[in-house]
Design a protein around this ligand. Structure first.
Ligand code: ADP
Length: 220
């Protein structure tokens, strides 16, 4: 049901806009506006298909990824750099607490996982809210905690948000345009690294995502 909703919504818009143009119900000067809507919805659908393909590839463990020592602090900093403008627009402040630490990982995947968690932490935040990353490391593992001051996640839904296409009612009302697949990708990436991802949250107070990853032979 979740999948068909996410696929049907953009397709219904695309088909509807195209139909009224075809029937001549749109004035000449309004055509670029309607074409723009069709384009935007098509892009959304394309992104969704790409996400689904990526998650299946992760499931199949077929892609030959490059494993190398990756500095987690740098990964978090890169994620924040990419999200800086979005955070500014939403008036959300970003902090990283911790030091440079390396683990054996697939850089591109780890960057994507951290980006997705931070993107949500900004998207589901409040005006003048914070997103803080805390990094800690032992000889065996590294931990990334992303804490936000946002809308929170009801307790009964906290295990479900890692399912593909699952979105909470709280976030649906936000019109952020997400498809509910970001955290499923995070989970698949973390599992590919033999790690775990968990969440604790309180509605109206914020959420805390904890990613724990083994340090890996090379970096110990
Ligand atoms: P989406 O594209 O909807 O953001 P995700 O898979 O990334 O999809 O997240 C699934 C759902 O989990 C979101 O729709 C939202 O309901 C909830 N969620 C994820 N992160 C947070 C957060 N930091 N605060 C509140 N809700 C969150």
């Amino acid at each position: 049901a979740n999948v068909s909703h996410e696929l049907k919504t953009p397709l219904t818009s695309i088909s509807g806009f195209a139909e009224i143009i075809q029937n001549g119900f749109v004035q000449e000067q309004d055509i670029p506006k309607f074409a723009g809507r069709i384009y935007k919805e098509a892009q959304r659908l394309l992104q969704l298909v790409e996400d689904v393909i990526q998650i299946s590839q992760l499931d199949e463990e077929k892609t030959p990824y490059i494993w190398e020592p990756v500095d987690i602090y740098q990964v978090c900093k890169n994620a924040f750099d990419s999200l800086k403008e979005k955070a500014q627009q939403m008036n959300v402040h970003l902090y990283i607490c911790g030091e440079s630490m390396k683990i054996e990982a697939v850089r591109t995947l780890l960057e994507e996982a951290v980006y997705n968690i931070c993107d949500n932490a900004i998207k589901y935040n409040r005006n003048d809210g914070n997103v803080s990353i805390f990094l800690t490391q032992t000889a065996q593992e590294a931990q990334i905690v992303v804490k936000d001051t946002g809308i929170g996640i009801p307790e009964e839904e906290q295990t479900r948000i890692f399912e593909r296409f699952y979105r909470t009612d709280l976030s649906r009302s936000r019109k952020t345009g997400g498809a509910g697949i970001g955290l499923a990708i995070v989970k698949a990436i973390v599992q590919a690294h033999q790690g775990t991802v968990t969440v604790t949250s309180k509605v109206g107070c914020g959420s805390r995502f904890t990613v724990t990853l083994p340090a890996g032979e090379e970096t110990r």
